[in-house]
Ligand binder design. Sequence first.
Ligand code: NDP
Ligand code: OXD
Length: 319
Amino acid sequence: MPDKSPVIIDLKFDAETVRRSLSGTFADREVINLADPETKGRDLTGIAYAVVWKPDADLFSRAPDLKVVFSGGAGVDSILSIPALPDIPIVRFVDHTLTTRMSEWVVLQCLTHLRQCFAYAEQQAARHWEELSQPQASDVTVGVMGLGVLGLDAVRKLQVIGFDVIGWSRTPKSIEGLETYDAAGLDAFLDRTDILVGLLPLTPETEGFYDAGLFSKLRQGGALGKPVFINAGRGRSQVEADIVSALQAGVLGGASLDVFEREPLGAESPLWSMKNVIVTPHAAASSDERALFRNVEAQIAGFERGESLPDLVDRQRGY
Ligand code: NDP
Ligand code: OXD
């Protein structure tokens, strides 16, 4: 084995897929996959790298010499919440495979609500033939919250479909072809929005953010009649009881949710069977393991050549 630091793998993904995807990767260093029973109790001192998703709480005390932590996903809340996290660089997983998947999901959900798929599914079940009046994408304003890697790609793809798109982010932005709002413009942004797309990270500021007060500020009487809430950011940013009440009261006309306050979503949740609601199991943009390992290999090679690491997490901001 060449004299290069091993890499620890602690990914709470499907264990078999991780194992299969590791074959042929990291050719120049040892891989210690903590899902393998033989690594139990293994001394992890002296190891520089770890690739993690929902890591074991004791990983950082077991591996005190880590130089870089690579996140197995784009979101890092499950890493930042570990109390023993050392003050070392954390690299997010930013890759076209993940970005493309997210945009596919977002576009699919926006089109599902625009093209009245729920109403047509009901008609089909009843063997009922009736053409419904159909707004155009350009009649509908999609407000994308979060203009980072995922939000911006979704914006561009929604624009190609023809939606009127506006964006909102923490800091002010100037983006060609996109009207944007910052934190101070929240109410004005919501007041124009027919379909709200949440692509925000979970931070202390965004916890419980999508609540009754926010839903009540979305535009009523737009081309879809009632506003729609779509969230693929993080579930703890949404107040699920408020989503249910807003749907029941007609404040919201529909929702597409990929993330939930508690995952898996409990069987008792009313969201499973509500009208005009799509539930997907945190599957909007799962990481492709092979792409992840290729990405980490390239990052480690660059780091060992003395290059700076891209896609670093800002611990102060929390994302
Ligand atoms: P980025 O870090 O690239 O972008 C985050 C965006 O959110 C930025 O525009 C940032 O604003 C904005 N933002 C953060 N905090 C606030 C706030 N308090 N108020 C307003 N805007 C804020 O992240 P990505 O686009 O790569 O990913 C976004 C999130 O998507 C991830 O953190 C993760 O939670 C989720 N995700 C979900 C997946 C799924 O399968 N459901 C898959 C992958 C990711 P600014 O530009 O001003 O910094
Ligand atoms: C991610 C996710 O953050 O899959 O990448 O949720």
